[in-house]
Design a protein around this ligand. Structure first.
Ligand code: NAP
Length: 243
């Protein structure tokens, strides 16, 4: 593969889809991961290819250590390298701490935090061999300031920040940068389920007086994936309208 390769997890929908489209526009060959949204991922690949880019859809569950390991081996065997890894896949299972089910805590940590660990663990090996790469992890404002009803989600996204900062220190000497992007409130399927009064309350706390768009987030990821960000590592870029 002559082009640089970007793997985006959870690329079928929402923010991940826009990140995939933007990186394809930047010239990357995009590996669009999905777990359930196969039709959406195939449509995304068609859209990228129709507009002159290159992409493929790859199914694996980021929470599954062995599945990520075999997907990484297969992708590297076929394409030779992955230059940019975007850990975007994420879920919520909201509920108050005192009533939170164990499986809802485990599922959120498993996908959001262990999922990012799994891909970093298996793809950084190949980045080390290539002596370069960029890893971009999606955190959240909830992981920085907390959010009632989201103890599991906030813990996972705070964990992503610790993972990012530690990996940046380990991998910097090998030419690999690791950064996090922490969105505020962005309208996607993830936030669509929130009651209107919660959305209004969130919007009232944003100095820029609007929610974020998927393009607001993808633009920052595109910057971090580019050569313009070569000297940035271990950082958390908050993209939240001042929230
Ligand atoms: P979304 O619309 O619900 O999309 C979530 C994506 O994650 C889907 O593409 C889904 O793919 C994928 N995914 C979930 N579990 C997966 C798994 N086990 N393996 C692989 N892929 C999996 O959410 P979003 O709003 O775009 O959020 C994207 C990221 O931004 C998440 O990490 C989220 O926490 C973060 N974020 C969002 C907001 C916001 O306001 N929207 C704010 C802060 C941070 P499948 O359908 O194929 O399962």
């Amino acid at each position: 593969m002559d082009r640089k390769v970007a793997l985006v997890t959870g690329a079928g929908r929402g923010i991940g889809r826009e990140i995939a489209l933007t990186l394809a526009g930047d010239g990357f060959y995009v590996v669009a991961n999905y777990a359930h949204s196969s039709r959406e991922a195939e449509e995304l690949v068609e859209e990228i290819c129709r507009t002159g880019g290159g992409a493929e859809a790859v199914c694996f569950d980021v929470a599954d250590f062995a599945a990520v390991e075999s997907a990484a081996a297969d992708i590297i065997k076929r394409l030779g390298h992955v230059d940019v890894l975007v850990n975007n896949a994420g879920i919520t299972r909201d509920g108050l701490l005192m009533a939170m089910k164990e499986e809802d805590f485990d599922a959120v940590i498993g996908t959001n935090l262990k999922g990012a660990f799994n891909t970093m663990r298996h793809f950084s090996r190949y980045m080390l061999k290539n002596r370069g790469g960029k890893i971009i992890n999606l955190s959240s404002i909830s992981g920085i300031v907390g959010n009632p009803g989201q103890a599991n989600y906030s813990a996972s996204k705070a964990g992503v920040i610790g993972l990012t900062k530690s990996a940046a220190k380990e991998l910097g000497g090998k030419g690999i940068t690791v950064n996090a992007v922490a969105p505020g409130f962005v309208e996607t399927e993830m936030t669509a389920a929130l009651p209107d009064r919660v959305k209004e309350e969130l919007l009232s706390r944003i100095p820029l007086k609007r929610g974020g768009t998927v393009a607001d987030i993808a633009g920052v990821v595109s910057f971090l994936a580019s050569g313009k960000a070569d000297y940035i590592t271990g950082q958390v870029i908050e993209v939240n309208g001042g929230m």
